[in-house]
Design a protein around this ligand. Structure first.
Ligand SMILES: [Zn+2]
Length: 321
């Protein structure tokens, strides 16, 4: 970001690429603020963006509140960004900016542009309106039309290191060091995901899952069915739940050799007895079984049935030896 601002001219088009939750959209808004902040730089029409931006002048405040008339946000409606949305944006960009020094059009998840919409956007890129910056965000540049990518300056966003995430969660979200470390692993480098995960119900849910998975060994059929049913109920949380289970079995596997590397370090009291009950081969089989369910569900298998098979496998007393 800093390097972009130090250049004399502000690019017409940028592509911010990186996984979800690493801060692409936030960076786009900060850039818009830096280019429009009125407080630094003195002269109102200063050509160079100001760093640090002030955060409290009229321009900064409007952008932060999402009410600046010259900052246009476009995002998928449903699964796609449709031609009508791009046309509406083009209509806006054909007019003069209301008040901004630099107008911004931010198109989030640009990989969702359908072909027609992408071609309409390409026209804007070919003839960029004056004092307008177009920022596209996407998970990876290769998901977009090469003709679009070649007209944008690409900025790559890297996943946030685990230690940085954990540190933030510990200091600003009040998690214990061990819980923060666990949340950071699950968030896998995504800041938004880490904050989201711990602010809602992720931490208690992880405890529930691990307790249940633990209690499954040798459990009667009715219990395995109930577990599968509860997991299947909330599809949006199923991905995380399966990931948590895999991390748990992985912890049990490495605990005897390297207890310092377990993810769920805050649950050491539970890890120890569970690890003693299991064999390495049994744990590897459980990790495989969870991974198989992840693949099956990604391939459109019935989640409920796949989870029932998984739960029965985790319960089978002989199955983990
Ligand atoms: Zn400002």
């Amino acid at each position: 970001m800093g390097a972009l601002l130090e250049r004399e001219s502000i690019p017409h088009a940028l592509l911010f690429a990186g996984m979800d939750g690493v801060g692409k959209r936030t960076a786009a808004l900060r850039f818009a603020m830096a280019c429009n902040c009125r407080s630094a730089g003195g002269a109102a029409e200063a050509e160079r963006p100001s760093l640090p931006l002030c955060g409290h002048c009229g321009a900064c405040r409007k952008i932060q509140a999402g009410i600046h008339p010259d900052i246009h946000m476009t995002a998928p409606s449903g699964a796609a960004i449709r031609i009508a949305q791009v046309r509406a944006l083009c209509d806006q960009l054909a007019m003069k900016p209301y008040e901004a020094r630099y107008r911004f059009a931010i198109v989030s998840d640009a990989q969702a542009l359908n072909a027609e919409a992408a071609n309409a956007l390409l026209k804007v890129l070919e003839e960029p309106p004056d004092r307008t910056v177009l920022i596209l965000t996407a998970i990876q540049a290769s998901d977009l039309l090469p003709t679009i990518v070649s007209r944008c300056r690409s900025v790559r966003f890297h996943p946030i290191p685990r230690a940085t995430l954990a540190d933030h969660l510990e200091r600003h979200k009040g998690l214990s060091p061990e819980a923060a470390a666990a949340a950071a692993v699950l968030a896998n480098g995504s800041f938004a995901r880490a904050v989201d995960a711990n602010l809602t119900e992720w931490m208690p849910r992880r405890r529930w899952l691990i307790r249940e998975a633990d209690a499954l060994t040798g459990a009667p059929r009715i219990r395995t069915l109930a577990f599968a049913e509860r997991l299947a109920k909330d599809k949006s949380k199923l991905g995380d739940a399966l990931e948590i289970l895999k991390l748990w079995f992985r912890d049990l596997l490495i605990w005897p050799h390297d207890p310092g590397r377990v993810v769920n370090a805050d649950m050491a009291d539970r890890i120890e007895p569970a690890a003693r009950r299991e064999t390495p081969a049994g744990l590897l089989a459980k990790i495989d079984a969870v991974a198989r369910v992840q693949r099956d569900i990604a391939g459109n298998a019935n989640p409920r049935l796949a989870l029932e098979v998984l739960a029965r496998g985790l319960a089978a007393p002989g199955g983990n030896k």
